[in-house]
Design a protein around this ligand. Structure first.
Ligand SMILES: Cc1cc2nc3c(=O)[nH]c(=O)nc-3n(C[C@H](O)[C@H](O)[C@H](O)COP(=O)(O)OP(=O)(O)OC[C@H]3O[C@@H](n4cnc5c(N)ncnc54)[C@H](O)[C@@H]3O)c2cc1C
Length: 63
């Protein structure tokens, strides 16, 4: 009998809300979780309206 069992790997495609919540739901499961996304960041879409309304957020970054 093996002492150490390699955990199963779960690959979640997409780091949007569904992907992040799936990863969170699995955080206590005995699996290794990988989230794959074409972007290196999460786009918080509900905040887009707020960002567009805030003039100070539309300024280009200095430098
Ligand atoms: C402007 C705006 C405001 C919103 N406001 C609200 C709100 O207030 N409340 C609310 O409940 N909902 C809101 N929504 C809807 C909500 O954002 C979506 O229902 C939710 O994001 C869907 O989640 P998802 O994980 O299915 O898809 P997404 O969040 O779109 O995630 C999909 C992920 O998959 C990745 N992906 C796609 N194709 C590939 C590929 N080929 N290879 C690698 N990665 C890939 C994308 O980069 C993305 O990260 C809003 C939507 C928009 C556009």
């Amino acid at each position: 009998m093996q002492d150490h069992v390699t955990p199963r790997r779960v690959v979640i495609l997409g780091g949007g809300f569904a992907g992040l919540f799936a990863a969170r739901a699995l955080r206590k499961s005995p699996v290794a979780v990988s989230v794959v996304d074409r972007r290196a960041h999460h786009l918080f879409q509900p905040l887009l309206y707020v960002a567009l309304r805030q003039p100070s957020w539309r300024r280009p970054c200095p430098g």
